[in-house]
Design a protein around this ligand. Sequence first.
Ligand code: T46
Length: 135
Amino acid sequence: MYNCSIIKLRQISDRYGYLTPIEGNVDIPFEIKRVYYITKVEKDITRGYHSHKKLHQVLICLNGSVKVQLKNPYYEEVIELNDSSVGLYIGPYIWREMFDFSEGSVLMVLASEPYDESDYIRNYDFYLEEAKKLF
Ligand code: T46
């Protein structure tokens, strides 16, 4: 899907376990300016319901699983994240909804910019109007 992709992260494994390094502009396509993670989400909760104007992010489910619904004005798909060596890159003007968090799931997000509420589009009709100009 345009402006979204799956990134397979390199995992270094030995008899002591797995180590997954992530360097900005090396393993993911931007410099990392912020990290946050989402935990303790109950089964029937959906989060997200927004897109960003400029922000680039990579979502990695470190434990458990979560589904991410991605939408643009013409296409939508659901990606399940359940592997800590897989990142989901989401670029600007992609609508996202995260749901079906499994018990104990940990969703980590690497972001290209500091938190800025003015970068969010939280109204779906407005999102469609704006995204149709771009896609
Ligand atoms: C996204 C998905 C995957 C902060 O104060 N700083 C932060 O860095 C973030 C991300 C959020 N907040 C505050 C803003 C709200 O008062 O935390 C509260 C919950 O944020 P929000 O409702 O936007 O959370 P989600 O889970 O719907 O969305 C988040 C990110 O905001 C968003 O960029 O793509 O995760």
